[in-house]
Ligand binder design. Structure first.
Ligand code: AHR
Length: 499
């Protein structure tokens, strides 16, 4: 049988895991907002029209930073349309998704929901059709103390206390030719710098995310990042990267090696950040905000962006399967392994639109990818440890050579959590976890998602085809833990640990 040993050492730390890498993304797109988190007519609606069944499911994912309101949507959005008495809010055509936006849900509704959910709001300003001044006005509306126009407007809308939103994105995917208001890097950099300076002049405590490359396939990949950072490195705190992956070729073995390319993408962007910092002789460290990531390839045909002028049309309603579970776990492993640079990451998205949860009428369906997110989120506190993997590799035609077992580890006092994915669709792997100078004492808890069919998926008719199960197959001897990982499996385990 294949054998893999994960060598860890408590002294070989990467960095604290930033809880914000367990972020989400809520966009005015399809049925994400309307019929997703917000549906006043639903049997599950609370006093503000939010769905309690959806909120209960989302709570299990312990999301931290929540990005809003887009996405491509934000590049045509006027934030003023979404505040004030609902009866006065205009219906607008959303060109990004060819839909009709009622604006019933806007800044204050999002903030109310964020408070209920314990989310850290992460707002994206419109740098497509919007101006630096409009972005600054929105910041005043959200964060200003009463006594000036936009802050008083918020007060008049029933919110006396500032929302105090710290995290702001300077537009969305501005390198993408599909983006409303897309411009070359240099033009975007000027726009973003003007906006950044206005925003920091108004509220120096805000943290800003500048748009980096949104896909490795684009011709401007990393040149965009270099040009933008050369212009405004000292004005921003993070640079974004996005990634959607899929198995269009129906080649499970190849698809399950995709994590190697996620590491590569992160490393390439870190390299550009370091290069620009060196050229500028800057002591500042711009970190990464991986603020859109997921599996997305099925609901992506020629018309995927066409809502046909409807309110809340079903768009991007991807159905996830078992192999996607392993890929989602690889994204999370990669973020943990890069804890020193990836400080924010947002799964795109949270409900109905490429999401772990779907709704149909008053029903909620938990999709397969819900489970790895929950399993990681429950064990996310602590310091990421380097994992040296000794064992067989897979040679993938698209992503090169990578370990058969993809893993990460988090140490938190006397608890050690390890996350392991067996990428092999057919064979088990004997796994040993050796914690260097420390000792694994016992298993506190462990969970697995596995199965025999990579295409197995949950449906309203059969909702429990792919779920998490308790995993009791670890043996601990002489401070070392061993188990057998079945083919196509993700295991998350927490051990009692002594240094
Ligand atoms: O998450 C769906 C879309 O994907 C977002 O609106 C956009 O930023 C990306 O292209």
């Amino acid at each position: 049988m294949n054998k893999t040993t994960l060598h860890l050492h408590p002294a070989f730390t990467i960095d604290e895991v930033d809880p914000r890498i367990f972020g989400g993304f809520l966009e005015h797109l399809g049925r994400a907002v309307y019929e997703g988190v917000y549906q006043p007519g639903s049997a599950h609606a609370d006093e503000s029209g939010c769905r309690t069944d959806v909120m209960d499911a989302l709570r299990q994912l312990k999301f931290t930073a929540m990005r809003y309101p887009g996405g491509n949507f934000v590049s045509g959005y006027d934030w003023m349309d979404g505040v004030g008495p609902k009866e006065n809010r205009p219906r607008k055509v959303d060109l990004a998704w060819q839909s009709l936006e009622t604006n019933e849900f806007g800044t204050n509704e999002f903030m109310d929901l964020s408070r209920k959910m314990g989310w850290t709001p992460m707002m994206a300003v419109n740098l497509g059709t919007g101006t630096p001044a409009e972005a600054r006005n929105w910041l005043e509306y959200c964060n200003g103390n009463a006594g000036s126009y936009y802050a008083d407007l918020r007060v008049s809308h029933g919110y006396a206390a500032p929302h105090d939103i710290k995290l702001w994105c300077l537009g969305n995917e501005m390198d993408g030719p599909w983006q409303i208001g897309h411009v070359p890097a240099q033009d975007y950099a000027i726009r973003a710098q003007q906006t950044a300076r206005l925003m920091k002049m108004f509220d120096p405590s805000v943290e800003l995310v500048v748009c980096g490359s949104c896909a490795p396939e684009l011709g401007t990949y990393m040149q965009w990042d270099r040009q933008v950072l050369e212009y405004l490195y000292n004005d921003v705190d993070y640079i974004s990267l996005h990634r959607y992956v899929g198995n269009s070729a129906q080649d499970t073995e190849d698809y399950l090696a995709v994590g190697a390319s996620i590491d590569k993408q992160i490393q390439e962007q870190v390299n550009v950040c370091r290069y620009v910092a060196s050229v500028k002789r800057s002591k500042k460290k711009v970190n990464l905000s991986f603020d859109e990531w997921n599996v997305w390839y099925r609901a992506r045909d020629g018309e995927f962006a066409d809502g046909k002028g409807k309110i809340a049309p079903p768009l991007l309603e991807e159905v996830y399967n078992l192999e996607d579970v392993l890929v989602v776990a690889q994204f999370l492993n990669s973020f943990i392994r890069h804890a020193d640079t990836v400080k924010i990451a947002n799964i795109a998205q949270i409900v109905n639109v490429i999401a772990p949860i779907l709704t149909r009428g008053d029903e909620v369906l938990i999709q397969s990818i819900f489970y790895p997110i929950a399993m990681f989120a429950e064990r996310r506190d602590g310091t990421s440890l380097r994992v040296a993997t000794e064992g067989p590799v897979v040679n993938s035609k698209s992503y090169g050579t990578t370990a058969m077992v993809d893993s990460s580890a988090i140490l938190n006092g006397n608890s050690l959590s390890v996350f392991a994915v067996n990428r092999n669709p057919n064979e088990s792997v004997e796994l040993a976890i050796r914690p260097g100078s420390g000792q694994i004492l016992s298993v506190r808890n462990a969970d697995i998602v596995t199965g025999t069919d990579p295409n197995a998926a949950n449906s309203y008719e059969n909702p429990n085809v792919v779920t998490r199960q308790p995993f009791d197959q670890f043996t601990v001897t002489n401070g070392i833990a061993t188990t057998v990982l079945p083919p196509l499996s993700v295991v998350a385990v927490t051990f009692d640990y002594a240094a």
